[in-house]
Design a protein around this ligand. Structure first.
Ligand SMILES: *[C@@H]1O[C@H](CO)[C@@H](O)[C@H](O)[C@H]1NC(C)=O
Length: 305
């Protein structure tokens, strides 16, 4: 027993104690340092769109190419058609009505009136299990629309996407909505589960070299989105993607909250086979294809889709 009282043993125990305390402190510092980051990661939202449609049995695999879209459901007739269609997501445009009552309505400029208000449109969606993509064409419409949306969130089962063009892009002539004002109005205390769909104004003309999305454009977009916690999808015009693939790939690499949504103009000349390249190089869960029905049919027939 007296071995424990030898001075050398006591010294050894003391040294061990000090080492333990030091190790403990270093570990504690580590944990405390990690804590804010851990909290940040847990509050950053993942896009739940695919999980939702998988859980509903509406898609069979975790593949964003399987999501179908109904476009411009901006009237009662078009909305009824969209609800009865096989589309998973219903897309509509929002403006403030040009005359009183100046409430949010479903319309695309240059229209200034509609036979359906956002309030009634949302009521129609509530009775369905579809997701929605609201495309804002005016900044003044955003805050009143988000208030209406927040009022019915508990009744909506599907995903909510909030879209606007917020930056000038390749060939873009329209004036984008101010990015800071749009994000401030679109992010509400209960909107963290929404997908923000943030795009560039664009243009495309036949028989000419159309420039793609520049490094400056994608960096500017990343600067807007980096501080956000919501998931973000970037709508990109199919006919401009080949010219901008390194830029778009870089943008996707900046956060796992980011995805792309490929769209196309009515008159764009597009070889759908080009899309196979992007499909090969981008994770299938991170690239949606919001195309015209004819292009969709061609795409579906390609091996690899
Ligand atoms: C709405 O559009 C109609 C038809 O294009 C036009 O005559 C009218 O002046 C517009 N109203 C407003 C308030 O902008």
């Amino acid at each position: 027993m007296d071995i424990f009282y030898r001075p050398s043993v006591i010294r050894l125990l003391r040294v061990r104690g000090i080492v333990l305390i030091l190790t403990g402190s270093v570990l504690l510092c580590f944990v405390v340092n990690l804590m804010p980051e851990t909290t940040e990661i847990s509050t950053a939202m993942k896009d739940q769109t695919l999980e939702y449609f998988l859980s509903q049995g509406k898609i069979g695999v975790n593949d964003a190419a399987d999501i179908q879209w109904a476009h411009a459901a901006n009237s009662r007739t078009k909305m009824t058609e969209a609800l009865q269609s096989s589309a998973h997501m219903i897309e509509a445009d929002i403006l403030l009505r040009g005359h009183d009552p100046k409430e949010p309505i479903m319309a695309h400029p240059p229209e200034n009136d509609s036979d359906i208000s956002l309030r009634d449109w949302l009521k129609a969606v509530q009775a369905s299990d579809k997701g929605i993509k609201l495309d804002f064409k005016s900044l003044q419409a955003v805050a009143p629309s988000m208030a209406l949306l927040d009022g019915v969130r508990s009744e909506l089962s599907g995903p909510v996407w909030i879209n606007a063009d917020i930056l000038p892009g390749p060939g873009g002539k329209a004036t984008p909505l101010d990015p800071k004002d749009f994000v401030e109005a679109a992010v509400t205390p209960v909107s963290h589960g929404d997908v923000l769909s943030l795009g560039w104004t664009t243009g495309w003309a036949s028989d000419t070299d159309n420039p793609g999305y520049s490094w400056e454009m994608v960096r500017e977009m990343e600067a807007v989105c980096q501080p956000l916690r919501q998931s973000v999808t970037f709508p990109v015009r199919a006919a401009l993607m080949a010219q901008s693939f390194p830029q778009l790939q870089w943008l996707l690499q900046q956060s796992d909250r980011y995805s792309l949504t490929v769209w196309t103009g009515q008159t764009d000349v597009l070889d759908v086979e080009d899309l196979l390249t992007y499909r090969k190089h981008i994770d299938k869960t991170r690239i949606y294809y919001d195309l015209l029905d004819t292009q969709r049919a061609k795409l579906g027939a390609l091996p690899g889709f």
